[in-house]
Design a protein around this ligand. Sequence first.
Ligand SMILES: [Zn+2]
Ligand SMILES: [Zn+2]
Ligand SMILES: [Zn+2]
Ligand SMILES: [Zn+2]
Ligand SMILES: [Zn+2]
Ligand SMILES: [Zn+2]
Length: 247
Amino acid sequence: MGSGKTRANPNNRPTVRHPSHDHPLRVFKSQEGDEIICSGCELELIGQAYKCTKSECNYFLHKSCFDLPGETHHKSHPDHPLTLVHSPPYGQSTFTCDACGEHGSGFTYHCSNCHYDVHVGCAFVPESVEREDHEHPLTLLYNTPCKGREDGVTFICDVCEEDMPENLWVYYCKECDYGTHVHSCATYEDNAAKKGEEEGETSSVASEMKSVMDARMEMAMMQLQLDAIDAAGSYVGSWEPRRGYYW
Ligand SMILES: [Zn+2]
Ligand SMILES: [Zn+2]
Ligand SMILES: [Zn+2]
Ligand SMILES: [Zn+2]
Ligand SMILES: [Zn+2]
Ligand SMILES: [Zn+2]
């Protein structure tokens, strides 16, 4: 990269519409270090993406967020399908994610029956992660290991040391009774990533985590598309392995 930094005439490039936004969007490639936040998942925008064509409008979407399925059956919420909504439900400006416990203001997978909401990024976190500072892989649980305890003991995140409500998701090592929140506590964002973005070295753990998440998200979406196809009762058996690989 580097020398050929010519910008194509924007008028020559096709625009696309997305139901989440009133203006047309155009293909956009984000570089690491741009520090752009995706308006859908609210995570850093890296790789193939879309940008609003209005220069004053800071609306960006990952390609993967652009392509999110409108409905998903999620293991964390087996009784009802979750519906993708593009802005916080309940007429509020934010929602609380039932996976990580943090607020969101972008897209959510939502169950209106149960008022269950999950960041789209949290919906596709890997089922197992490794972290540099723990010797065992951590497994994703859809509630804390203390759920249902009658003695009132609550689980404490081993990274931020805060009490976790029993229905939050946890990355957990049973052997060591070690566990973390699934979002910021799982990704080192606050430690290495912030200042080392240009170096590329100090942020390697974080970006590795991000790319793992991206890859997992892509795989999960391929699976979701498959599920949707299965559910529709068509195309069964005609699955092509590279079908979901847009990037
Ligand atoms: Zn996104
Ligand atoms: Zn716009
Ligand atoms: Zn979340
Ligand atoms: Zn529900
Ligand atoms: Zn935590
Ligand atoms: Zn362990």
